[in-house]
Design a protein around this ligand. Structure first.
Ligand code: S3P
Length: 445
């Protein structure tokens, strides 16, 4: 793999308005549910990044016609719940854990065999977390040693429609939307009821989008932690309007907070309450963030977010906010590095099994930029200080690269970020969009 590098220059000020690309979680789900629906689903605001393209290609390889009217507008010709065809080759899910885990749930209920592979990072990620509950439902899944990809999913031959698997109740041992979604999606093909209880609230896009496609999903508990559905019903095509991804917006929330003189508005951002932990955490740190134009679009709350620079202070991050900000910690660590005092994160061991070990990789990068960090098994303690120039190993993790591009705003010199090509998995056009609002970042190779 060639080494794409980013280089930052200090002292940027972020101003103006910006719409970041579409939500990654919703984009994956729009392809999956649109493909299985009856009728034609049109999608606006699709994230044309490598992760979601991997999902799109997988469904094309299973016989679904997906037209690209523009990079962000799709028309999906649904084949119905039992219309997928056996793929002729292995399905390559690239860097995407979401694609592989959710698709395993769907493939578990098909009548054909399929194999899914991934890149080096995905090939090292744990899959037992989905293999275990799906096997309890009757799925036949083979993996490499230790539950790592490739995954080979054996079809259930001679199935009666809607009865391929058996419904179960599963108590999720970790707060994971991917595990919850894999079980619920398999539940579409199961006999009877499938239900899960989650130990903490996780993103609920699967539940919301299933309802948008006319599928009954029940939730109860004051925070919606018990979720159930019955197998064997249909999905009916619908129109989907995907808002901007709060996980991509988060880089600019931190950037505009730490760069003195900034005043930036992020347009049409998805503010589903299961995703807004980053706003809560930054506000606790003293950030100046206001929401306006709040509305509901296609069953998902959306708002414009205005951020003005503010002096941040270190905090103890409340553990219940961890699953609600799970993808935003790399850039929250940059906010902590620029804050006055100490920031403490605990209860976040999941960060160690993301696209990289985000606790260790961020600690190494921040240390190389002169920041004091103490790594803990389930978190980190960061002392706010002065970022210096640095040389960062991103470990091919998109969010590490973008976090250090933002750190460049407050560094005393240039930060060089290695292996930044994977930024295209979630945020195509990052360098151009970020430069347009005042971030000093360029691609050097
Ligand atoms: C996602 C769930 C989260 C998140 C990932 C996207 C999803 O993973 O980190 O980027 O779309 O369901 P976990 O469920 O493993 O926490």
């Amino acid at each position: 793999m060639s080494n794409t590098q980013f280089k930052t220059t200090p002292n940027g000020v972020l101003t103006g308005t910006l719409r970041v690309p579409g939500d990654k979680s919703m984009s994956h789900r729009s392809i999956m549910l649109g493909s299985l629906a009856e009728g034609v689903t049109s999608v606006k605001g699709f994230l044309n990044g490598e992760d979601c393209i991997a999902t799109m290609n997988a469904f094309r390889n299973m016989g679904v016609e997906i037209e690209e009217k523009s990079p962000t507008e799709l028309v999906i010709h649904g084949v119905g719940m039992h219309g997928l065809q056996e793929p002729k080759a292995e399905l390559d899910m690239g860097n995407s854990g979401t694609a592989m885990r959710l698709l395993t749930g769907l493939l578990a209920g098909q009548s054909f065999d399929a194999t899914m592979i991934g890149d080096e990072s995905l090939s090292g990620r744990p899959m037992n977390r989905i293999i275990k509950p799906l096997s309890m439902m009757g799925a036949k899944i083979e993996s490499e040693q230790g539950g790592r990809p490739p995954l080979r999913i054996r079809g259930i031959h001679g199935i009666r429609e809607g009865h391929a698997l058996k419904g179960i109740h599963y108590d999720l041992p970790i707060a994971s939307a991917q595990v919850k979604s894999a079980v619920l999606l398999a539940g579409l093909f199961a006999d009877g009821e499938t239900s899960v209880t989650e130990p903490g609230v996780t993103r609920d896009h699967t539940e919301r989008m299933l309802r948008g496609f006319g599928y009954d999903v029940e939730t109860s508990g004051d925070k919606g932690q018990y979720i159930s559905l019955k197998g064997g019903a249909k999905l009916i095509a619908c129109d989907i309007d995907i808002p901007a991804d709060i996980s991509s917006a988060a880089f600019f929330m931190v950037g505009a907070s730490i760069a003195e003189g900034s005043d930036l508005t992020l347009q049409h951002v998805g503010v589903n309450p299961t995703r807004t932990g980053v706003i809560d955490i930054l506000k606790l740190m003293g950030a100046d963030i206001t929401l306006s134009n709040q509305q509901e679009v296609g069953g998902e709350p959306v708002a414009d977010i205005r951020i003005r620079s503010a002096q941040l202070k270190g905090i103890h991050i409340p553990e219940e906010l961890v699953p609600l900000a799970i993808d935003e910690f790399p850039v929250i660590f940059v906010a902590a590095a620029c804050a006055e005092g100490e920031t403490v994160l605990s209860g976040a061991e999941e960060l160690r099994v993301k696209e990289s070990d985000r606790i260790q990789v961020m600690a190494d990068g921040l240390t190389s930029c002169g920041i004091d960090c103490e790594v803990q098994p389930d978190g980190i303690i960061i002392q706010g200080g002065q970022l210096t120039s640095g040389d960062i190993e991103s470990h091919h993790d998109h969010r590490i690269s973008m976090a250090f591009a933002i750190a460049g705003l407050r560094a005393t010199g240039e930060i060089l970020i290695n292996d930044a090509a994977n930024v295209d998995t979630s945020f195509p056009g990052f360098v151009e969009l970020a430069s347009a609002v005042g971030l000093g970042v360029s691609r050097v190779s």
